[in-house]
Design a protein around this ligand. Structure first.
Ligand code: WT7
Length: 638
């Protein structure tokens, strides 16, 4: 993918942008002290002694060491004096319902729910699992946990019961807040049944479950509490925000890595919050008087950082969207932008590709003139989709920020600054000020411009997770001596230092901007009776970016038929959820292997993507490759 000619930010935007040109200079000459700019966006109970406390070499890295704060106070209490009657949340439900919360409303409900959680036994450092779609109660629960100093562990509502069990057990979480169900497109989904199944599979007893009523009529068991009844009973309660050390865990979440089990990532109260607040201001240009909309589900890191914590820390109005972009109609998103006069719109390339496919008549039917800035995140965006977004959504007048970051980084690390930098469609941009991102060769040396390598972060950043801040073995460059974090992405930088991210360099598949670990899917597939071996790969897909394909070799006496295919799909859905469901299951008597017996996933990927795969003579079973080419079906569009 080649980046196009640069596009300069419009003067009208530049003149009002939150950050100006001199910010890069400041970070370049005073690192890490310049990160004070982020620390200053927060209201500390106890000021920090140092922006960064470390020995100049490896971990531990202590951001804002000595500082004490509470994230719920940052997102709520401190805004009451100035803007208690301003909207904090505007919720757009799946069935077209809307709800709005002022900062005062949200503060009240968070206090009441925090009092309820405390009564149920939640104390500082207890992990509370939240398993809900995008409803205001999820935000309330997150901030109530934060208020108590209890890390939350949000599990995406589309994950299966088994996936929930694993994520609770690994987090040692004995508290669950869930809902009875929710609507997906027009259909009611029974969430509580999944939560109950997960609870029964746990190898310990839950201490309490709270159920938000979304569908109505759920029957509650012992130790299960109705959310509304709890909030009503504790109405008017106040819970003092529990002061936390900057390095204490604000939340943890699980993401897919290269192993068969999900990878835990814990983010800190001070460094993380300062970093998301700073990037919300500098990159997303959030202003307190704005209405800001990031379409991500709160179940993923994007929702944590840029639906909840970043915008609320800055005191803006954040839009929560429960639905899908094409329900009930394909102009749903633009209708919401128009009705709420949204200033900033932040979404994923997979959605933009769908918008392109559906046609510009949908945005054209609405007044989108409130928009000032557009953002994208989650996957590479190709220049043509970028240009469509810029022209048909932004009217050619809104800068587009292509923001690169990850669950692990907590906040944006690579992006243009919208009022400062020229944009290059297809390229994320330069590292943000204060971020030492580079493209490296496997030996740790820096690639030349135009040379593909591995994306690495060579100095610590405030939003870094605890695992990385404290461990020495989490992210060292393959052969380099110096500390660095390898992101798992392949990238290339140009002469101006703009980084174009090409995709994952490891066994993680990015499906519609969501991470799926091939090893996780494979372990579900090989557990199916009658399956001998399986290899799961990512295959290019026109709207989703990448689709999951499973190559399955059945046991000798098992027929490769539809019932086996169904079992494979059902197993993945049960172990992980529909998001990891293979779009194709290809049966093959054998998988291509090296002489030492290693499955050649790269070769399968090349065959499936119709790419050159070169010499196969080093394989133990080269004849299988021709066979696979025949079996491959074309990739279908959605
Ligand atoms: C992976 C992280 C936090 C973002 C949501 C996904 C890919 C993310 C970009 C971008 C190209 C991108 C990378 C990254 N990615 N943003 N702007 N351009 N690729 O978070 O699930 O942790 O996935 O998403 O491959 O490693 P995640």
């Amino acid at each position: 993918m080649e980046a196009d000619d640069p596009v300069e930010p419009p003067a009208a935007f530049r003149d009002r942008a939150n950050v100006a040109t001199d910010v890069r200079e400041r970070f370049a000459t005073a690192w890490p002290e310049a990160w004070d700019a982020a620390g200053d966006l927060l209201d500390w109970f106890e000021p920090y002694d140092a922006v960064l406390d470390w020995d100049g070499e490896g971990p531990p890295f202590r951001w804002f060491a000595g500082g004490r704060l509470n994230a719920s106070h940052e997102c709520l209490d401190r805004h009451l004096a100035e803007r208690k009657n301003r909207l904090a949340l505007r919720w757009e439900g799946r069935l077209g319902e809307t709800r709005a919360y002022t900062y005062l409303d949200l503060h009240r409900e968070v206090n009441a729910f925090a009092a309820a959680l405390r009564e149920l036994g939640v104390e500082a450092d207890d992990v509370v699992t939240l398993y809900m779609p995008v409803v205001p109660e999820l935000v309330v629960a997150m901030l109530a946990c934060a208020r108590l100093g209890a890390p939350h562990n949000v599990v995406f509502a589309g994950f299966s019961a088994d996936a929930l069990t694993t994520r609770m057990e690994r987090a040692d979480s004995a508290f669950l807040v869930t809902c009875d169900g929710y609507y997906r497109r027009g259909d009611a989904m029974n969430q509580k049944r999944r939560a109950d199944r997960a609870r029964m599979a746990l190898d310990y007893d839950l201490r309490a479950t709270v159920v938000v009523e979304r569908l109505g009529g759920a029957r509650l068991g012992p130790d299960q509490h109705d959310y509304d009844a709890l909030v009503e009973r504790h109405a008017g309660a106040t819970v003092d925000p529990v002061p936390r050390d900057a390095g204490d865990t604000l939340f943890q979440m699980y993401t897919s890595g290269t192993t068969g089990t999900p990878k835990s990532v814990a983010h800190t109260t001070g460094g993380y919050l300062a970093h998301v607040a700073w990037t919300s201001r500098a990159v997303l240009d959030v202003k307190p008087e704005d209405t800001y909309w990031c379409t991500a589900d709160i179940g993923w890191i994007t929702g944590h950082s840029y639906v909840v914590y970043g915008p609320l820390a800055l005191g803006t109005t954040t839009v929560l969207y429960e639905g899908t972009p094409d329900h009930p109609e394909r102009d749903r998103v633009w209708e919401i932008v128009e009705r709420n006069a949204v200033d900033t719109f932040y979404t994923a390339p997979t959605a933009i590709r769908s918008f392109v496919k559906w046609g510009e008549q949908h945005p054209e039917a609405h007044d989108l003139s409130s928009l000032r800035l557009l953002g994208t995140v989650g996957e590479p965006i190709d220049p043509s989709a970028w240009r469509w977004y810029h022209e048909h959504i932004g009217g050619g007048e809104c800068p587009v920020v292509d923001t690169w970051w990850q669950t692990e980084t907590g906040a944006i690390l690579v992006s243009t600054l919208p009022g400062v930098d020229a944009m290059k469609p297809g390229s994320a941009g330069p590292p943000l000020p204060g971020i030492d991102a580079a493209v490296l060769r496997p030996d740790g040396s820096e690639c030349d411009p135009g040379e593909t390598g591995l994306l690495a972060i060579r100095s610590p950043w405030p939003g870094m997770p605890r695992e990385l801040a404290h461990a020495t073995d989490w992210g060292r460059a393959a052969a380099g001596e110096e500390w660095c974090y390898l992101a798992g992405d392949e990238a290339v930088a140009d002469e101006d230092g703009y980084i174009t991210v090409l995709g994952r360099a490891d066994d993680v598949i990015n499906v519609s901007g969501r991470r799926v670990g091939t090893a996780e899917v494979e372990s579900a597939v090989v557990a199916v009776e009658g399956v001998a071996e399986a290899a799961v790969i990512g295959v290019d897909h026109p709207t989703r970016g990448t689709a999951v394909h499973a190559y399955v070799s059945p046991e000798v006496d098992r027929a490769a038929d539809d019932s086996l295919r169904e079992s494979v799909l059902a197993a993945v859905e049960a172990a992980i959820g529909p998001l990891a469901s293979p779009e194709q299951v290809v049966f093959t008597p054998e998988l291509p292997k090296t002489r030492s017996g290693k499955i050649m996933r790269r070769l399968l990927e090349a065959v499936a993507n119709g790419e050159e795969y070169g010499d196969t003579s080093a394989l133990r079973n080269p004849e299988v490759v021709g066979e696979l080419e025949v079996r491959r079906e074309g990739v279908s569009d959605e």
